[in-house]
Design a protein around this ligand. Structure first.
Ligand SMILES: [Zn+2]
Ligand SMILES: [Zn+2]
Length: 246
């Protein structure tokens, strides 16, 4: 297999999925990774940094470096315990996620997954055992796209954390409009009742790590967390590769 791959790389040298630069010029992300993004593009992913809300993860444009809860979280505490993301949803990371989701470039998860996995290992300091769950897609959407990008990412995260992965117990039962196309108020209504827990025993008393590709307002994660906690789960932590910045 290695030889065939080596030959294929000579005939069709791999290029960065974002900027199209030949990848053999740059260093690898890590050795066992199949190459799909160059170091320059990855270095351009904009990190989310403090000050931010320690609950929902929204960053503040303030100079004061102290984290503090945002207005939305103070008014109504979300069902999840924390939501964190390494990158702001703009520039090359937005491009990469778009290509992964809408360009059917599922191999991009091989480069993006380890980035999310490393970030999660650093940020989620939970001593107990976690159960990793991707935010589910409606079966119709899975058929359209061919895969659930959150599941592809969750596989890497679960592997990194040596946690169990469960992508069957939580289901999306309602076909909803993409959150990005809706106004703030409509987003909450859009996902209400969209998820169902098919197996309560799987989550009972467990600390859950929910994985998604992008968080826009946090309504989707919040609705999943509501359903999981109603079903008897313990804490719910959320991680996503990117977060839309207001
Ligand atoms: Zn590139
Ligand atoms: Zn908040």
């Amino acid at each position: 297999m290695k030889l065939i791959r080596g030959l294929a790389d000579i005939i069709y040298p791999p290029r960065c999925a974002i900027c199209k630069q030949f990848l053999w010029k740059g260093p690898l992300i890590n050795e066992d990774n199949s190459l799909s993004l160059c170091q320059t593009c990855i270095a351009d992913f904009r990190h989310i940094s403090s000050p931010l809300c320690p609950i929902c993860g929204v960053p503040f444009p303030s100079e004061i470096k102290e984290d503090h809860p945002c207005e939305d979280c103070l008014r109504k505490r979300p069902f999840f315990d924390t939501a964190v993301a390494p990158y702001s949803y703009e520039g090359p990371i937005l491009e990469a996620i778009h290509r992964l989701k809408y360009g059917a470039k599922s191999f991009l998860a091989g480069s993006l997954g380890p980035l999310l996995s490393r970030f999660t290992e650093e940020r989620i300091k939970e001593s107990g055992h976690l159960l990793t769950m991707p935010v589910p897609l409606h079966p119709k959407r899975v058929r359209e796209r061919g895969f659930n990008q959150s599941l592809l990412l969750a596989r890497h995260v679960a592997k990194g954390l040596k946690s169990d992965l469960d992508f069957l117990s939580l289901k999306r039962v309602r076909y909803t409009l993409p959150q990005t196309r809706l106004a703030k108020k409509e987003r909450q209504r859009n996902v209400r009742g969209a998820f169902q827990l098919k197996n309560r025993d799987a989550v009972k008393g467990k600390t859950i790590l929910l994985v998604d590709d992008v968080v826009t307002t946090g309504n989707t994660m919040n609705e999943c967390a509501r359903v999981l906690k109603k079903g008897g789960s313990g804490k719910v932590f959320c991680v996503s590769l990117a977060r839309a910045v207001r």
